[in-house]
Design a binder for this molecule. Structure first.
Ligand SMILES: [Fe+2]
Ligand SMILES: [Fe+2]
Length: 235
C-alpha cells in the first residue's frame, strides 16, 4: 500500500490554495491519505466544514487524528462527528484495518522525552497533567492491541521522540511530545510512526527500539525543495 501523510494543515481557504493542486493529485500517488492532526486553527466547526468540502474532492480514503488546535474551541466531538459523516476514519485511541494494513491512532500529549519525562509527583495539578499523557499512551496501547494485521502504522499528532522535534527551540521540546508514546510503540511494534505538531522539526528519526518515526508537519514539508504537501510511504 502506498500511503500519503501530512499534518498541520491549519486550514484556511488561503493556506489551502497553496497546496490544493498537490492535494488533488494525491489520488494518483497513494491509496490512502493520513492527516496527523491540527486540521484547523481554532477547532471551529465552520473551519472543519470548509476543509471537508476541499477534502471530499480528492477522493481518496482518509485516516486522521485530531491535534491540539482542533481542541481549542472544545468542539472536538462535533469535529469528529462531521469528519466521520464525510467518510474520514478518525482515530482516537482506536485501530482501523484496510487492505491488510493496520492504523493505530491517537492525538498523544506532551510531557518531555527520555530522562526529561515529567513524572506524577507533588502537586495535584502536576499529577493531573501527567495523567493526561498516561491516558493518551494507554489509548495508543488500546489502539495497537485492536489490530490483527502484521503491518502497522501509528498515527499521532504529538511526537513520540525528541529527534524529530530538533529544529524547534530546545526550551519547548517538552511541549512537543512525550516518549511515553514511544514506549508503547516499541512494546507493541509497528512499521512506522507519523506525527505532526513540530512545524520546524526534523523529518526522520527512530525510537529506542528502532522503529522509524516521521514528522510530516506541513510547514516542514513546504520547507523541503521542491515544496510538497505530503510524504509517501510504501508499506
Ligand atoms: Fe500545528
Ligand atoms: Fe499541534
Amino acid at each position: 500500500m502506498r500511503i500519503a501523510a501530512t499534518a498541520d494543515l491549519h486550514f484556511s481557504p488561503q493556506s489551502y490554495d497553496r497546496i490544493r493542486e498537490q492535494m488533488n493529485r494525491v489520488r494518483d500517488e497513494a491509496d490512502l491519505l493520513i492527516l496527523a492532526g491540527d486540521l484547523t486553527n481554532y477547532g471551529r466547526p465552520q473551519e472543519m466544514e470548509s476543509l471537508l468540502n476541499a477534502l471530499v474532492r480528492i477522493r481518496v480514503p482518509i485516516v486522521a487524528v485530531l491535534g491540539n488546535h482542533d481542541y481549542e474551541s472544545d468542539q472536538q466531538e462535533e469535529l469528529m462527528r462531521m469528519m466521520t459523516a464525510e467518510g474520514v476514519k478518525v482515530l482516537d485511541g482506536t485501530g482501523y484495518e484496510r487492505d491488510g494494513v493496520g492504523f493505530a491512532g491517537t492525538k498523544g500529549f506532551i510531557g518531555g522525552f527520555g530522562r526529561g519525562v515529567l513524572t506524577a509527583f507533588g502537586e495535584r495539578e502536576i499529577k493531573t497533567f501527567v495523567q493526561a499523557a498516561i491516558d493518551e499512551a494507554l489509548k495508543l496501547e488500546r489502539a495497537l492491541s485492536q489490530l490483527r494485521v502484521e503491518k502497522r502504522i501509528v498515527v499521532l499528532h504529538y511526537s513520540p521522540i525528541a529527534s524529530t522535534v530538533k529544529g524547534e527551540a530546545p526550551e519547548i521540546f517538552p511541549y512537543l511530545g512525550t516518549s511515553r508514546l514511544a514506549e508503547v510503540v516499541d512494546r507493541h511494534g509497528a512499521d512506522l510512526v507519523v506525527h505532526g505538531h513540530a512545524h520546524h522539526g526534523t523529518p526522520d528519526g527512530v525510537t529506542v527500539g528502532g522503529i522509524p518515526v516521521h514528522n510530516v508537519a506541513l510547514g516542514l514539508l513546504q520547507a523541503h525543495q521542491p515544496p510538497c504537501a505530503y510524504r509517501i510511504f510504501d508499506v
